[in-house]
Design a protein around this ligand. Sequence first.
Ligand SMILES: Cc1cc2nc3c(=O)[nH]c(=O)nc-3n(C[C@H](O)[C@H](O)[C@H](O)COP(=O)(O)OP(=O)(O)OC[C@H]3O[C@@H](n4cnc5c(N)ncnc54)[C@H](O)[C@@H]3O)c2cc1C
Length: 388
Amino acid sequence: MNSTPTSTPTSTPTSIAIIGAGPGGLTCARVLQLHGVDVTVYDADASATARDQGGTLDMQPDTGQHALRAAELWDEFVSLARPEGEQMRLVARDGGIVFDGAPPEEGRGNPEIDRGQLREILFNSLAPRSIRWGHKLERAEPIGAGRHRLHFAHGDTAEADLVIGADGAWSRVRRLLSDAVPVYTGVTFVETGLEDADVRHPELARLTGDGTMMALDDNLGIVAQRNSAGRIRVYAGMRVPEDWYARTGVDLADTAAVRAALLARFADWSPALLRYLTDTDSGYVNRPLYALPVPHTWEHTPGVTLLGDAAHLMSPFSGMGANLAMRDGADLARALVDQHGVDEAVTAYEKILLPRSVEAAEGAAEGIAGAFAPDSAEQARAHMTSHH
Ligand SMILES: Cc1cc2nc3c(=O)[nH]c(=O)nc-3n(C[C@H](O)[C@H](O)[C@H](O)COP(=O)(O)OP(=O)(O)OC[C@H]3O[C@@H](n4cnc5c(N)ncnc54)[C@H](O)[C@@H]3O)c2cc1C
C-alpha cells in the first residue's frame, strides 16, 4: 500500500489553500497529495495536539470508510479502530437497562475511533510542512480572476487560486458565499469524563458497556461513551435556553456550582446514573449545540468552496458530521484531480455535496428533537427496537 504522498509534478499549476485541519480538510489534503497536487493547510490551533479533540466517531461505510480508502489509510484506521465501541445501550432514568444492542459481527458495522487518533493518522500522512499551525484566518478577500488573499490573525497573508473552507461551524470562509449563521438547537451538552474507568469506576464502566450508554427522558439525557485507553466521555444533555447558566446564576468555571446545577435538574434520576455526573475526573465543559439552516446553499463563486461543518453544520444526532466532512474532502480532491479545470471541478463537487448533506441534516434535526422531548424515553425505546 502506498501511504506516502507522491511528489510527481502535477499538471494543475493551481495554488490550493485549505482552511482547517479537521477530519474534512485533512482528508482533502491527503487525497490531493496522493495524486501529486500541491496544497497548504492552515489551522488556527497552535499544534496538532494543542486542543482536546473530543470523543469517538464511528466511521460509516459510504462516507468515512469510503474516504479512508480513498486516502489509502484504511489499514492505519483498522489498527486503531474499536469495532465493539459501536455497541449501543438504552437505560431508563431509574437505571434499568431497557435495550442492549448486539455487538456487530466481526468485520461489519461502523467501527469507532477516537477523534484525536483519526486526526493523527491523517496528519501523519501529509507531506512535511504542508500544514501551517497557528494560522487563524480572519478574512479572505477576493482579488480578481477567482483568486483570494488570506489575512491571518497574526498579520501574515497568503494568496490562493482556490480557497477551501474546511474551518468548521464558525467558518470565516463561509462569509464569502453566504450570510447563513449557525442557530442554537435548543439543546446543550455539558461534557465531563471518567479516566481509567474499569479500575477507578467499575460500576459506571459496567453500566456503560463497550460502546455508548444513553438515558433519555423528559428533555434531559445522560450519554456515556467509551473512548480508547479506559476513558469514558460523559455528556449531560438538557433542553435549556442557550444562557441557562446565566439565568440560574451558575458560574461555568465553578465546578461545584455546575455540579449542583446538574444535580438539581436531574434530581429524580437514579443515583446510579447520577454518579456519571458526580464521580467525574475532569471539570465540566458547556457545549451548546448549533446547526446551520437546512438546506444551506450558495451560488457557485469561482475560487472558493466549503466542505464539512462549514457547509452543513448539523447536531450530533445525525452521527454523520465527521463522516460527511471526510467524504466531502475526498470527493472534492478527486474532482480536482479528475477534471481539467478548477472551476469545473468545484462545480461538479458542489452538485453532489449539497443534496447529500440535506438528508443527513434533516435526520439530525429530527433526531435531536426526538431525543430531547417530554416523551423521549418512549421515542428512544421505539427507535432502538426498530433499528436493531
Ligand atoms: C458532541 C458531539 C459529538 C459528535 N459525534 C459525532 C459522531 O459520532 N460522528 C460524526 O460523524 N460526527 C460527530 N460529530 C460532528 C463532528 O464533530 C463534525 O461534524 C466534524 O468535526 C466536522 O469536521 P470538519 O473537518 O468539517 O470541521 P472541524 O472538525 O470543526 O475542524 C475545523 C478545523 O478548522 C480550524 N479552524 C476553525 N476556524 C479557523 C480559522 N478561522 N482559521 C483557521 N483554522 C480554523 C479548527 O481549529 C479545526 O481544526 C459530533 C459533534 C459534537 C459536537
